[in-house]
Design a binder for this molecule. Structure first.
Ligand SMILES: [Zn+2]
Length: 271
């Protein structure tokens, strides 16, 4: 379902082809993935006045706890906490994220509608097939979205921001930058984002998924208690913070090399 934050609700017509492009769009397989891997970074961008968005590929109907409707409500709450301007969930089956042309078209349609400058994808390796498939699917959709002759209006997305007839005329768009959130996989990041000031808020965004994370009986062998979750999340954020010389951070990989203008301004101490 579509989600608008309170600010955007006052101007719902803004969500058309004339809406301001997103500065940063995070794409992930499941609702609550973004909150864990790059929620602090999205909040940091929003605090700097950037327009941020989240595209969840699935609606969470396979979760052990709660229903897809519960997850939709919780995702909206989390999005408000992270101050994202736009959030949407596609209808790709949960547990069956496949890199098909049909799915690539759905994501490409969203890319053309929202015109992000930066796209954050999951890392391309991992334990959960949905996660690493979402990475390749997202990358290929970004590529497709830039093909002028591709008609994305045939892609069926739930409650499209732009009606099918107009979607045929959406101009091609490719993000300038694609980066990969690597928290779910043990790989050395190419950079980290300092979220020291935002760690608590990001944790609250994750805890908005009450059906998943509040202490309860259903699935208690699968899900750690809330105190344990906090310890784990904090340990990970601390670890990546340490790599960047700050308290808490989120890790990313970029495929491109870094470009430097001034050697004296390169951050992170060497010795
Ligand atoms: Zn996930």
């Amino acid at each position: 379902m579509w989600f608008w934050n309170k600010e955007a609700l006052t101007n719902m017509s803004a969500l058309s082809s004339s809406a301001a492009p997103l500065d940063v769009l995070a794409i992930a397989a499941h609702r609550d993935d973004v909150e864990q891997t790059c929620g602090g970074t999205l909040l940091k961008m929003a605090q700097q006045g950037r327009r941020t968005g989240i595209l969840d590929l699935t609606q969470g109907e396979m979760g052990t706890r709660g229903t897809a409707e519960d997850r939709a409500r919780e995702a909206a709450d989390a999005a408000n906490i992270l101050r994202v301007s736009w959030r949407h969930a596609l209808d790709i089956p949960d547990g069956r994220v496949e890199n098909t042309f049909e799915n690539r078209l759905k994501v490409a349609r969203v890319i053309r509608e929202q015109r992000p400058r930066v796209v954050i994808l999951p890392y391309w390796k991992g334990r959960h097939p949905d996660h690493y498939t979402a990475s390749t699917l997202g990358y290929e959709a970004c590529f497709l979205a830039g093909l002028a002759k591709l008609d994305v209006s045939v892609a069926r997305v739930p409650s499209p921001a732009i009606q099918d007839a107009s979607a045929a005329n959406l101009p091609p768009h490719r993000p300038f930058k694609i980066i990969y959130a690597t928290l779910y996989y043990d790989v050395r990041p190419t950079f980290v984002v300092d979220i020291t000031e935002l760690f608590e808020t990001r944790f609250q965004a994750l805890m908005a998924y009450k059906s998943q994370f509040s202490d309860q009986v259903a699935g208690k062998d699968l899900f750690p208690a809330q105190a344990e979750i906090r310890t784990r999340i904090e340990a990970m954020a601390r670890f990546y913070g340490l790599l960047g010389g700050v308290t808490y951070a989120e890790p990313f990989v970029q495929k491109e090399v870094g470009l430097v203008e001034d050697l004296t301004m390169i951050p992170v101490k060497s010795i």
